[in-house]
Design a protein around this ligand. Sequence first.
Ligand code: SAM
Length: 306
Amino acid sequence: MGRTSKDKRDVYYRLAKENGWRARSAFKLLQLNEEFQLFQGVTRAVDLCAAPGSWSQVLSQKIGSPQGSGHVVAVDLQAMAPLPGVLQIQGDITQLSTAKEIIRHFEGCPADLVVCDGAPDVTGLHDVDEYMQAQLLLAALNIATHVLKPGGCFVAKIFRGRDVTLIYSQLRVFFSNVLCAKPRSSRNSSIEAFAVCQGYDPPEGFLPDLTKPLLDHSYDPDLNQLDGPTRIIVPFVACGDLSSYDSDRSYPLDLEDGSEYKYTPPTQPPISPPYQEACTLKKKGRLAKEICSQDCPVNTVDTLPQ
Ligand code: SAM
């Protein structure tokens, strides 16, 4: 597979490189903003699960005054190459210590916007992946309850799985307006969408508490315990106008506007990608290869001798 094939298969990947974004995800935030004007009046923002940093790039360019006085705090488990105007914290957002470090930056001067594009390493076991994603979202919400100003906005990646109604109900406790949005740059084949929560308005007497997880572990989606007024069905909004590129289609390399294709390398190669060890092993010829023996009914994965 040549280096241009991904450019052909994934038009947003290609456009991200051509526009200097570190990842195609930049278009998701840009399209969400087109629909909801998320950046209006925003000067202070938190980008949770930010690496490699395309949402932080968008935030640092779009918020604040035209002179760029916006303040962005970006957090991720992974190291991220520096970005001008973005303060970085490397840490796990589900850990108390990371949450405390983020909160420290906003004490006395709360944030207008908290975004979270966090995704766990997917296992392929849907229930496990959805559960992990929900935990990440709730950790982000918990941090948001400490740093958001009243009326502030929270946007988080959500998997539209079995628990989603419970999550919407929990979000609705804290925000006057909650809906589910799917930008054109997010593939239809993916269960990913974004919860857009506007108007931060916690219940009277609510005291943010990092030690209390918000997910109700006694909830069983099979029993459909959320009924009547507690069952919240949020509006679903597709965003990015219809003239935007369709993320599920392959496009010819010369774009419709007539611009000629020229290969562009990635804007910011990963600093320490998880596949680094595999690349080193491959170079040394020591990567595990699949070998199939006639005596063996199933494929056996083994390390071939050098
Ligand atoms: N929005 C980013 C951008 O535009 O470049 C892309 C985010 S990527 C889809 C998901 C990120 O979530 C990964 O970088 C991963 O390291 C991060 N992540 C997953 N679990 C995390 C956790 N518990 N704490 C902090 N970051 C986490």
